[in-house]
Write a protein that binds this ligand. Structure first.
Ligand SMILES: NC(=O)c1ccc[n+]([C@@H]2O[C@H](COP(=O)([O-])OP(=O)(O)OC[C@H]3O[C@@H](n4cnc5c(N)ncnc54)[C@H](O)[C@@H]3O)[C@@H](O)[C@H]2O)c1
Length: 272
């Protein structure tokens, strides 16, 4: 997929992985509008990126993805500015077991709503131009973790939702391609956690120290996935061992319509 001129809406782009993805897309000639709940960092990032690229190609809008009206208004602002959105990226997320219901509202409901808004806009059978919906999920969404059960569940919810749409027999008529990037721990502000934010923080920090990847690793994997027009419903692992490798490229269809197909013969995390 040629990214030049593509019109992108991304959530949670003020910093971290979202900012990294925006920069990579801009460097390929795409135009990006990003939303974030944090107006200070959002504005600052907007200014920095506009200096590096152009004021026409990147802009920030404040929105909380857990608020349906704010998210819809932000997406509509991108449609108004660009004429349409070709690539929608759900990236905004939080990790805090103490506020697990809020975490669900952001990670699961905010992402699912983002998918629904983008799908309605893009689907060809309803007058749209087709497009791509990408999601920054987590390896947690592929397995389990006693450190953060509700976070893990919120990411499973996204994968279940995304792959259900991706495997629809009407997907070709929708003309919308789906994908999920699933990183292990990534060296971002998200890892600066307080006691009780997750269970057994000190053990988690020991594990993270030896397993974490960098934002650039996630960005590289994302860029590979977003440009791969042959992928739909693919889950891409981002880890030190298997960076940018499809851990599941083809959907596992229900009712044995199609047998499971594991790309690269990779086991799921935790399996031997
Ligand atoms: N850092 C990791 O270890 C890690 C690992 C796997 C997956 N992820 C996922 O990657 C994504 C990005 O995380 P990150 O590591 O860059 O974290 P980050 O905290 O650095 O960045 C997240 C951004 O999302 C914004 N945000 C938070 N809640 C929001 C809301 N309700 N509405 C709009 N914006 C909101 C924040 O203000 C921030 O700018 C998240 O979905 C996260 O779950 C992160």
């Amino acid at each position: 997929m040629n990214l030049s001129g593509k019109r992108v809406f991304l959530t949670g782009g003020a910093r971290g992985i979202g900012r990294g993805i925006s920069e990579a897309l801009l460097s390929k000639g795409a135009m990006v509008m990003f939303c974030d709940i944090n107006p200070g960092t959002g504005k600052q990032t907007e200014e920095e990126l506009q200096k590096q690229y152009s004021s026409d190609s990147v802009s920030f809008i404040k929105a909380d993805v857990a608020d349906s009206q704010q998210l819809k208004a932000a997406f509509e602002a991108a449609v108004t500015k660009f004429g349409a959105v070709d690539i929608h990226i759900n990236n905004a997320g939080i990790l805090d077991q103490r506020i697990w219901e809020r975490m669900f509202a952001v990670n699961a409901i905010g992402t699912i709503r983002g998918c629904q808004i983008a799908l309605e806009h893009m689907r060809r059978d309803k007058g749209g131009h087709g497009g791509v919906i990408m999601n920054v999920v987590s390896m947690g969404g592929l397995g389990s973790s006693y450190w953060f059960p509700a976070y893990t569940a919120s990411k499973h919810a996204v994968i279940g939702f995304v792959n259900s749409w991706a495997e629809s027999p009407y997907q070709p008529q929708h003309g919308v391609r789906w994908g999920c990037v699933c990183p292990v721990s990534v060296d971002t502000e998200m890892l600066n956690m307080e006691e009780n934010q997750i269970y057994d923080l000190s053990e988690n920090q020991k594990h993270t120290a030896t397993h974490k990847v960098q934002i650039s690793d996630v960005v590289d994997a994302f860029m590979k996935l977003v440009q791969d027009e042959n992928s739909n419903g693919a889950l891409m692992e981002v880890s030190r061992e298997n960076n940018g490798v499809y851990c599941r490229r083809q959907l596992v269809y229900m009712n044995n319509v199609s047998p499971p197909c594991f790309m690269d013969n990779l086991p799921f995390p935790g399996q031997t």
